[in-house]
Write a protein that binds this ligand. Structure first.
Ligand SMILES: Nc1nc2c(ncn2[C@@H]2O[C@H](COP(=O)(O)OP(=O)(O)O)[C@@H](O)[C@H]2O)c(=O)[nH]1
Ligand SMILES: [Mg+2]
Length: 450
């Protein structure tokens, strides 16, 4: 029996974190469609008896760009390009009732958060000098990083290096890192700017020229060794760094920390196709993420949480995150016979990091937000998104293709391009109240709602 009135509202804040192209936008679009036009047979919230009632979209919090659901759905249907980006982070807020929650309705806040920003996490609580030391030691101790950054590491040995020389050689180093599939780039605006636009593929020099390492062109900075930090350029970089940290890093991290649950997306086909460097960096991203967030109940317990809410600056408070869903998206790009292996790879990649956290519930989900292929015996059928050279093409006829076999465990080393999982055009019904076919997206939501 439906209760006559609801006694209270449960707010649930869910952050969706993943690298550029991991599938955050598609996941959100499909999820919102399934909530708004709920069909318990196609999207089970725990059981197929659970119904969603009185769904309504609410305005999002001040200071946030609203996730443009309708535009995204439309561009998925019409194979158009994504709506113009205006921000690097979006929010979508809605309210609904669940037939199995008798006395409460749910306000669900979904946050679309770029994983690239995690690379800046080292700035939190660090002065410019500390961040410089930390970053330089990272660049110098990892051989592939050191090789890509050589001209910059030489530039910082010159006692009279100019601001332009420093910024340009650092940008060239960051461009080289991107081109060798190392996405842990800081300041992360070089890779993904404030408006959410990503560095486009180009040669290193072009890439370095077209991007900014800081808030804007007049506020760039690089890490510097102690001697150079005393120069006028060093003093200027402190100012640029502080402003960047306040505007980009603290914003991002306080949003993350205010979440109750996270959906962490690790795109297994992309990691296999991208080579071992991309795998290493994504694992590092998850490590850093947990390091700064400290999810799970800490030993101090709830009362201290309430106190710390009052007394600590926002960016230093403990997080509220108690549930983390590790999601391997785009499962439909993997042959059904290999999908258990994708789940195994996901567990092998982050299982330990997650298990080390006390009081944090976590689960692993192989998932497809928009199932866009049909399986055949050994192959898949779908509309190819790219031609043989990797260029995006207009949607044509369905084709049969054979993705790589997923290995039984992560190889000890592998090169970019050794594995290939051809991308396809997403299949979304034109009828707006008919959400796309999904795999396990309903289980992900059931889990994060707790
Ligand atoms: N086949 C398939 N492709 C997907 C799925 N989810 C995302 N993609 C593709 O992955 C690409 C990046 O997705 P997007 O949501 O824009 O990634 P974001 O940068 O994390 O927001 C797009 O080209 C999508 O078509 C899925 O469930 N199935
Ligand atoms: Mg996106």
């Amino acid at each position: 029996m439906m209760p006559l009135f609801r006694l209270n509202t449960t707010e649930c804040r869910v952050g969706i974190v993943g690298q550029y192209n991991a599938g955050k936008t598609v996941l959100l679009t499909s999820l919102i469609n399934h909530l708004q036009d709920h069909d318990p047979e196609r999207f089970a919230l725990g059981s197929t008896n659970t119904r969603i009632r009185k769904f309504e979209k609410l305005a999002c919090d001040a200071g946030w760009a609203e996730f443009p659901f309708a535009k995204h759905r439309d561009s998925l249907v019409h194979a158009g390009s994504w709506p113009e980006k205006t921000s690097d982070r979006y929010q979508y807020t809605c309210r609904f009732e669940r037939s199995d929650w008798n006395f409460s309705d749910v306000v669900l806040k979904l946050f679309d958060l770029p994983g690239e920003r995690v690379a800046d996490a080292a700035m939190l609580g660090r002065s410019y000098a500390d961040w410089s030391d930390h970053t330089l030691s990272h660049l110098q101790s990892d051989t592939p990083y050191r090789e890509q950054c050589l001209p910059f590491l030489q530039a910082i040995l010159q006692p009279n290096a100019t601001e332009i020389e420093l910024v340009e050689s650092y940008k060239l180093a960051l461009a080289n890192l991107i081109l060798s599939y190392k996405p842990l780039i800081s300041p992360s605006t070089f890779l993904l700017d404030k408006t959410g636009n990503k560095a486009r593929p180009a040669d290193a020099t072009t890439l370095a020229k077209s991007r900014i390492c800081g808030l804007d062109a007049s506020k760039q900075f690089t890490p510097l060794p102690p001697a150079l930090r005393e120069t006028p350029t060093g003093k200027l970089f402190v100012l640029h760094y502080d402003e960047y940290r306040t505007e980009i890093v603290e914003h991002f991290l306080s949003a993350l920390r205010s979440c109750h649950a996270l959906i962490v997306m690790l795109d297994i086909p992309m990691l296999l196709a991208g080579g071992v460097g991309m795998y290493d960096d994504n694992r590092q991203m998850v490590n850093d993420l947990f390091h700064v967030l400290e999810p799970g109940e800490n030993l101090l317990g709830t009362s201290v949480r309430h106190l710390s809410k009052l007394f600590l600056p926002r960016e230093m408070r403990p997080s509220w995150i108690t549930r983390v869903a590790f999601v391997a998206p785009k499962l439909d790009l993997i042959h059904p016979g290999d999908r258990d292996r994708a789940l195994h790879l996901l567990r092998r990649m982050v299982g330990k990091v997650a298990a080390d956290r006390d009081g944090m519930h976590h689960e692993f989900f192989p998932c497809s937000a928009v199932v866009s292929t049909k399986p055949d015996e050994k192959s898949l059928i779908g509309v190819p998104l790219r031609d043989a050279s990797g260029k995006k093409i207009a949607p044509g006829l369905e084709q049969r293709f054979t993705p790589s076999t997923v290995p039984t465990d992560w190889p000890r080393s592998w090169e970019p391009g050794e594995y290939a999982f051809p991308e396809v055009y997403p299949v979304v019904p034109r009828r707006k109240d008919c959400p796309p076919e999904q795999i396990n997206l309903d289980r992900v939501l059931t889990f994060v709602l707790g």
